[in-house]
Write a protein that binds this ligand. Structure first.
Ligand code: B1M
Length: 216
């Protein structure tokens, strides 16, 4: 039954039917399907298909926008359940997270932020297209010990390096750990730009974040 739900959710996302995506997501939750199973087993595979079809010219920008809307709305339906499962955790630390300047992809960053919050972190989500100085200011204002930088475009990966350089220039690099992620980002890239770590997905980001700030 769970598999059937997951398949139908994926199809609704690929077909560009956000209302159906949300309705099926709610039904799956009510039927006892785990929120992370819905994300990993239905929503992410659907977004991958949409991205691949965009790459091959079968889909266009409006298809991306509609699919993203479906995923966002489904995530909003899942968020309370994700948080509820981790309510008892003590604060693990303060995190500033955002998608770097020039990049408006928000779903992965928001998912990572939600999962960090669900794992006990106090999360300050700066949004998308975040100016480099804004990250620096937010670290100072919040006393964060971790900065998360998301970049989905090969053209915006280099902005992650700029943020690290800005943290160095402001003399606060040693105060914070820097975690980078996003589809074109890799462990090798993280090492090249002097980040403290790279995570491939939201679950990996939570594990690494906890290790980096010594919460685990
Ligand atoms: Co865009 N887009 N997009 N897009 N888009 C991609 C990224 C692309 C791969 C599609 C493709 O060509 N196949 C391609 C990038 C190519 C490249 O540079 N390598 C691309 C392009 C080219 C563009 C535009 C340039 C298109 C245009 O205008 N011609 C444009 C750029 C706009 C800009 O940012 N300046 C653009 C626009 C858009 C939309 C606005 C339409 C929309 C985003 C809407 C929104 O976010 N509200 C969109 C979408 C939806 C996509 C795809 C289809 C899906 C992205 C997504 O949300 N995935 C994407 C193709 C793809 O990735 N398959 C694509 C689901 C999300 C949960 O996964 O974001 O990867 P993801 O996050 C993952 C991991 O990466 C990781 O964990 C997350 C959860 O597992 N992660 C982190 C992410 N951040 C992390 C941070 C961490 C740790 C892990 O630590 C801090």
């Amino acid at each position: 039954m769970a598999h059937d739900f997951l398949q139908r959710i994926t199809e609704s996302l690929v077909d560009g039917d956000p209302i159906r995506t949300v309705a099926l997501t709610r039904e799956a939750l009510e039927a006892g399907v785990e929120p992370m199973a819905i994300i990993d087993g239905a929503l992410l595979p659907g977004m991958r298909v949409v991205g691949d079809r965009f790459s091959t010219g079968e889909y266009f920008l409006p298809n991306l926008i509609v699919a993203a809307s479906g995923m966002k709305q489904a995530m909003a339906a899942l968020e309370p359940e994700l948080k509820r499962r981790h309510q008892a955790l003590a604060s693990a630390g303060t995190v500033v997270i955002g998608t770097v300047k020039g990049d408006i992809h928000e779903i992965g960053k928001t998912l990572v932020g939600t999962m960090l919050a669900a794992n006990g972190f106090e999360v300050h989500d700066l949004g998308v297209d975040v100016p480099t100085q804004r990250f620096v200011d937010a670290v100072k204002e919040t006393g964060a010990t971790l900065v998360g930088l998301s970049a989905l475009l090969t053209t915006t990966m280099s902005v992650q390096r700029k943020v690290i350089e800005a943290l160095v220039a402001e003399g606060i690099r040693s105060r914070v750990k820097v975690l980078v992620g996003g589809a074109p980002v890799s462990a090798a890239w993280a090492a090249e730009i002097g980040a403290d770590g790279y995570a491939e997905d939201a679950v990996g980001a939570c594990d690494l974040a906890a290790r980096l700030v010594g919460a685990r």
